[in-house]
Design a protein. Structure first.
Length: 117
């Protein structure tokens, strides 16, 4: 079992930056691939970025490539999402999740990111 708590969301202007953090507690954080997901108003949840248990980046959504960076610190059991050059379309609730086996099984409660134009 892994408990995940996101933080760092808020209001930003277009072109600005935010850094999201996801603190994990529980067993074996370093064994899990970690992902950031988002769900915008009226939209389905989508994958934003995924990082392997060892810190290799597995994928970014095309919409965030070159603007967002996922990273992790296994010693601090935390995964980060640095978001630069924010756009209004990045407005969403952002979730972190831990993949155990083939599925993202553990989810945080989400943090709201709002980007104003």
């Amino acid at each position: 079992q892994v408990q995940l708590v996101e933080s760092g969301g808020g209001l930003a202007q277009a072109g600005g930056s935010l850094r999201l953090s996801c603190a994990a507690s529980g067993r074996a954080f370093s064994s899990y691939d970690m992902g950031w997901f988002r769900q915008g108003p009226g939209k389905e949840r989508e994958s934003v970025a995924v990082i392997s248990s060892g810190g290799g980046v597995l994928n970014y959504a095309d919409s965030v490539k070159g603007r967002f960076t996922i990273s992790r610190d296994n010693a601090k059991t935390t995964v980060y999402l640095q978001m630069n050059s924010l756009k209004p379309e990045d407005t969403a609730v952002y979730y972190c999740a831990a993949r155990y086996g083939a599925t993202f099984r553990y989810w945080g409660q989400g943090t709201q990111v709002t980007v104003s134009s």
